[in-house]
Design a binder for this molecule. Structure first.
Ligand code: SAM
Ligand code: DTB
Ligand code: SF4
Length: 351
């Protein structure tokens, strides 16, 4: 095993060290990341999560990347909190296409007292379907965090988005310290953390390194680290932002893999703008989770059958749920894979 692969789980990364990881020749970085990856994971399994926006648009925050901010006019149709039954139907649909985790997102600064009972019902209902549960609802106080944990919420998604230094260029209505405080509540309540960021906001290499340092230097690494590529939405201040160099995106996944060797690194938003070759490189760099299903929160994601076809071409299988080896569910996932593939063949045959 080479030097990089033998690095233990650390929480004391410096900027100079992380920049040195980024600056390795591309092939060395990818080789090192893949070596670390193989030491901790089955390199041919990728976890699949499905997203649902449970409350859409009119958000009071001013995140410059976000189509749901009420500060910008993106033409998005607002929706109030969805009914619990509709959410459970969407979760059942996600399970039927082979998803193992259902992530519910709300365009809130924080949940309100009147909405909490419905949100808790959603967690209980989705869990009862045999799916892992994840929510992203904005800032939480201690009590709200505790009640989500008691309802059975497995993961809370709360992104740091970028480095502390660059944060104020992107969001002015909340602080980095607020974000870290919510992450601490989530940990204290015993839930798993999903936290990552976005590339393509106009950030520098130091900002990308700075984001990964914040995540990796937390007392415990987030179990899930989503790396999003900005989806440029018309009407947002970042709609004309420069494209991220695909190799720089892959490098960031590889560095995240090396710094947080036991975490799932998610190739998150932006896959619709990536070709198959770039996604294959992302998996080689150590990404081992994706959002699966035709929609992210409000923007498009690749069709499920297209993803399953890509998995089959790469010899990748969807990962079973973490909690226990759930053979029944694994069989259902693999059946869904077969069905997705055959529907793709049928489509091809018909044209
Ligand atoms: N409102 C909650 C919050 O911000 O914590 C939860 C929902 S918010 C939409 C979840 C995450 O989606 C954000 O933290 C951001 O990282 C990501 N996101 C939002 N818009 C995006 C875009 N246009 N491209 C890529 N990622 C985006
Ligand atoms: C994350 O890091 N990315 C997801 C999820 N966590 C909630 C959201 C991506 C949103 C992309 C823009 C949209 O569809 O609205
Ligand atoms: Fe609101 Fe979340 Fe979008 Fe920011 S990222 S505007 S908090 S929905």
């Amino acid at each position: 095993m080479n030097a990089t692969a033998s690095i233990a789980t650390r929480h004391d990364w410096s900027l100079a060290e992380v920049k040195a990881l980024f600056e390795q020749p591309f092939n060395d970085l990818l080789f090192n990341a893949q070596t670390v990856h193989r030491a901790h994971f089955d390199q041919n399994r990728v976890q699949v999560s499905t997203l649902l926006s449970i409350k859409t648009g009119a958000c009071p925050e001013d995140c410059k990347y976000c189509p749901q901010s009420g500060h910008y006019n993106t033409g998005l149709e607002k929706e109030k909190l969805l009914e619990v039954q509709k959410v459970l139907q969407a979760a059942a649909d996600a399970k039927a296409i082979g998803s193992t985790r259902f992530c519910m997102g709300a365009a809130w600064k924080h949940p309100s007292a009147k909405d909490m009972p419905y949100v808790l019902e959603m967690v209980k209902g989705v869990k009862a379907l045999g799916l892992e549960t994840c929510m992203t609802l904005g800032k939480l106080d201690k009590e709200q965090t505790q009640s989500l944990a008691e309802a059975g919420l497995d993961y809370y998604n709360h992104n740091l988005d970028t480095s502390p230094e660059f944060y104020g260029n992107i969001i002015t209505t909340r602080t980095y310290a607020d974000r870290l405080e919510t992450l601490a509540h989530v940990r204290d309540a015993g839930m798993k953390i999903c936290s990552g960021g976005i590339l393509g906001l106009g950030e520098s290499l130091d900002d990308r390194a700075g984001l990964l340092i914040q995540l990796a230097n937390l007392p415990e690494h987030p179990e899930s680290v989503p790396i999003n590529m900005l989806v440029k939405v018309k009407g947002t201040p970042l709609e004309n932002e420069k494209d991220v160099d695909p190799f720089d995106f892959i490098r960031t996944l590889a560095v995240a893999r090396i710094m947080m060797p036991k975490s799932h690194v998610r190739l998150s938003a932006g896959r619709e703008a990536m070709n198959d070759q770039m996604q294959a490189l992302a998996f080689f760099a150590g990404a081992n989770s994706i959002f699966y299903g035709e929609k992210l929160l409000t923007t498009v994601n690749p069709q499920a059958n297209k993803d399953m076809e890509l998995f089959a071409r790469l010899g990748i299988k969807p990962e079973a749920r973490e909690e226990h080896a759930d053979e029944v569910h694994q069989a259902a996932i693999e059946q869904a894979l077969v069905e997705q593939k055959s529907s793709e063949q049928f489509y091809n045959a018909a044209v």
